[in-house]
Design a protein around this ligand. Structure first.
Ligand SMILES: [Zn+2]
Length: 343
C-alpha cells in the first residue's frame, strides 16, 4: 500500500512541476491554454503572422489518458525542461496535454469510464466525457498527435499501435523505425466512443499511439519516449519548412496486425494458462487456456497481446475491476504490401 502512496505523492509532485514548467516557459514562448493542462506552445515571435487557420498545431503530445500510465507524464516533463533550458528548439506550434488527471491522482485507469473510449461521444455523462471534449479542442487543431500509453502486464519492448492511416504509418516509421508497429483497419465506428488517435483520424488529422512498456516511472521508457518526442519534433519541423528528413536507414522493426482476437465468453470461467505475457509466442493449435473444461487454442501462430487473467483487475493496477471483453489477442506479421492501398 505504501508503494501506491509513494507513487501518488510522486504523481502530485510531477503534476505541480508540469504547471510550474508551463509558467516558466511562458517567458520564452507564447502559451495558449485551451483547458486545464491542455496547452499550445508557440515560438516567440510567432513564426508567421497569426492567421485564422483552424488547424495550426503541427504536433500534439498527450500523456496519462489512462491514469496509471505515468511514464508519458515524465516524458512531457523532460520536454518542458528541455524547452525551458533552451536545449530543444521549437519552431512550430506544439500541443501538450495531460489526459485523465483525476484518475492519475487516484492511481486508477479511469474514474467513470475509459477516457480512451470517450472521444466523439454525444453523451456527457462522466468526467471523462467532459475531458474528452476539452482534449478535442486541441486535437481539432492538430495535424499529428502521439498519445503515450503503457500496458498493464510484463512486456519486453515498446510498440506503436494505431488504426491504419498511410500518413500515420509513415510518420511512426520516420520517428522510431526500430519500434515494433501494430496497425489495424476495417473495424467500423464504435458508438461506445473512440480512442484519441481514431478520433483525430476521423477529424482531419493523424493520430498514433505508442505503448512505452509496463506501467510506471521507468527510466528506460522515459528516455525512449523523450527520444521519440525530439525526433517527432524534428520530423514535423522539417516537413513544415519544406525540408523533409531523408528516409531513415535504421532497420525497421516488424509490422503486425491482428491475427486473431479471442472474445471473453459471456458465461462460465475461461482461464488462461499461467505465464502468458505480451509478445510471448503462441502456436497455431497450441493451448492458451481452458473454458468450461475445453481447451481454448490459438488458430494462428504469433506473439500474443493483452492477455487477460480473470483474477486480476482488468482495468488498472489498483482497481476499477470491470468485465473484460476479450481473453487474448494474437498478432500476425505482415509487410507493407498487406496494408490497405490508400487511406
Ligand atoms: Zn493506455
Amino acid at each position: 500500500m505504501s508503494e501506491k502512496l509513494d507513487l501518488l505523492a510522486k504523481v502530485e509532485r510531477e503534476i505541480l512541476r508540469f504547471d510550474q514548467l508551463m509558467l516558466d516557459i511562458s517567458s520564452s514562448f507564447l502559451v495558449e491554454t485551451l483547458a486545464p493542462r491542455v496547452h499550445i506552445i508557440k515560438p516567440k515571435p510567432a513564426h508567421r503572422p497569426q492567421t485564422a487557420q483552424r488547424r495550426d498545431v503541427r504536433l500534439t503530445l498527450m500523456a496519462i489518458v489512462h491514469g496509471v500510465e505515468v511514464a508519458g507524464l515524465a516524458v512531457l516533463l523532460e520536454l518542458l525542461e528541455g524547452l525551458k533550458a533552451g536545449q530543444i528548439p521549437l519552431e512550430v506550434p506544439l500541443g501538450v496535454a495531460l489526459g485523465n488527471l483525476p484518475a492519475t491522482q487516484k492511481g486508477v485507469r479511469f474514474v467513470d469510464r475509459d477516457l480512451n473510449r470517450s472521444f466523439g461521444r454525444e453523451a456527457v455523462e462522466s468526467s471523462e466525457d467532459r475531458r474528452a471534449d476539452e482534449l478535442e479542442k486541441l486535437l481539432g487543431r492538430s495535424d499529428l498527435m502521439i498519445d503515450f500509453h503503457q500496458v498493464r502486464l510484463q512486456i519486453d519492448r515498446p510498440f506503436w499501435i494505431f488504426p491504419y492511416s498511410k500518413k500515420g504509418y509513415h510518420f511512426a516509421r520516420a520517428v522510431a523505425p526500430e519500434v515494433s508497429l501494430i496497425t489495424h483497419w476495417g473495424r467500423g465506428f464504435s458508438q461506445e466512443g473512440q480512442c484519441s488517435d481514431e478520433w483525430l483520424n476521423h477529424n482531419g488529422g493523424i493520430g498514433v499511439t505508442m505503448e512505452l512498456g509496463q506501467n510506471g516511472f521507468d527510466p528506460a521508457q522515459i528516455t525512449l519516449g523523450f527520444g521519440v518526442v525530439k525526433k517527432a519534433l524534428a520530423v514535423v519541423t522539417g516537413a513544415h519548412f519544406g525540408h523533409p528528413e531523408s528516409p531513415s536507414t535504421t532497420a525497421r522493426a516488424p509490422l503486425y496486425t491482428w491475427g486473431e482476437i479471442i472474445a471473453y465468453p459471456p458465461t462460465g470461467g475461461p482461464v488462461l494458462d499461467a505465464g502468458w505475457h505480451n509478445f510471448k509466442m503462441a502456436t497455431a493449435g497450441g493451448r492458451l487456456g481452458t473454458f468450461n473444461g475445453q481447451d481454448v487454442c490459438a488458430s494462428v501462430s504469433g506473439p500474443v497481446l493483452f492477455p487477460k487473467y480473470p483474477d486480476q483487475p482488468t482495468n488498472g493496477v489498483y482497481g476499477n475491476t470491470a468485465p473484460a471483453a476479450e481473453l487474448i489477442r494474437i498478432l500476425k506479421v505482415i509487410d507493407e504490401s498487406d496494408l490497405p492501398a490508400e487511406k
